[in-house]
Design a protein around this ligand. Sequence first.
Ligand SMILES: Nc1nc2c(ncn2[C@@H]2O[C@H](COP(=O)(O)OP(=O)(O)OP(=O)(O)O)[C@@H](O)[C@H]2O)c(=O)[nH]1
Ligand SMILES: [Mg+2]
Length: 401
Amino acid sequence: MQTWARYLLLVFGMLIILHSILRFSHEDYNRATSFSNLVKTGQKHEAPLVPDDYYFPKDSNANNSANASTSANANANGNANATLAVDRRANATFVILARNSDINGAVRSVRDIEDRFNRARGYPYVFLNEEPFSEEFQSRVRVLSGSKMEFGLIPREHWYQPEWIDEEKAKKERERMEQENIIYGGSVSYRNMCRFNSGFFFKHELMQKYRWYWRIEPEVHFHCDLSFDPFLFMEDNNKVYGWTITMYEFEKTIPTLWGHVRDFMGLHPEYVAEDNAMGFMSHDGGNKYNLCHFWSNFEIADMHLWRGPAYTAFFEYLDSKGGFYYERWGDAPVHSIAAAIFANKSQLHFFDEIGYEHNPYTHCPQKVETWEKGRCSCDMATSFDYNGYSCMKQWDNFIRG
Ligand SMILES: Nc1nc2c(ncn2[C@@H]2O[C@H](COP(=O)(O)OP(=O)(O)OP(=O)(O)O)[C@@H](O)[C@H]2O)c(=O)[nH]1
Ligand SMILES: [Mg+2]
């Protein structure tokens, strides 16, 4: 064999060995390069879009906060038409959990959602914090919108680590997770935040008057014009949970969560929805969790879901196990699993139209018409949907049946 051919063979052999080592040692690399993933690159999902009925007429720039009425005005069979969608507003609010130090990011997020959606709709905002919001924070976000803005203090018992948590054990676990480089593994405040988002934000007194919320974080981006009202679409179509990005959870943050979920379902079969979305999260009838969840930094959802008896019992059950502190359970898997179990699959809605970015991932609409209609600033080609770490293909397969 010629020398150059031998070198080529050697390099090729080394690449194969390196690839095998990486697949074995790095879960993300393994997923991204799996055969099923590679053949699906470039795949476009056929997500159902929000019907034209829900789009505002092109010349509509009315600020509906002035003539708002609740969506109780929907016609008898619950369908809306364009006029109704413009005239109505849902009983909904944006909710933004933030620290005073998050001010610049909060300004950017509010600026984005106002420009892309809310200036024409006038939905209110609730900002929540475990410390009082500074005057500066309030004045810098107030100036961005004519909508009502309220700034709430989170009650101590909704935020801090409960007394009954064994702090010695929790500390040991934090230290271990930190040593293992588990993201936020050593942080107590991150755990407070996850527990609050899982079980308490919808109990805050400022949230009581609302049924629907759209969760927004500081420093996120909305890449497309949103010329329809997602709350009204959800309300009229019996949806309860809307999302844009789905991905795998880090298993090391939730080692015992699924076992508790299964125990809970065994104790309370009456809460499990008949046509639930368990099949999206488990491929063996619920035995093993595939770690898929909705990325909850974006959520548009019905708080009836969280305030009802099923989720109330579920959260109390999980909380009593201490995993928010002894492990590092995120609100994303907790909400997602609950939505998948307690709602019917038709009640979970993927919003392809909403171009959304939370560093480092972006969802960009996958249909050219949608992308053009939304005047989107994102690059369709870099949408997270069929990234190896995304669970979109599991969702597609599940919905296709
Ligand atoms: N008031 C308050 N808000 C917090 C605290 N920690 C996080 N948040 C807010 O909770 C939300 C989630 O926190 P992030 O730090 O963004 O968590 P994450 O999205 O999982 O992680 P990143 O990838 O770092 O963004 C954001 O809206 C934060 O502003 C805290 O200690 N106090
Ligand atoms: Mg974040």
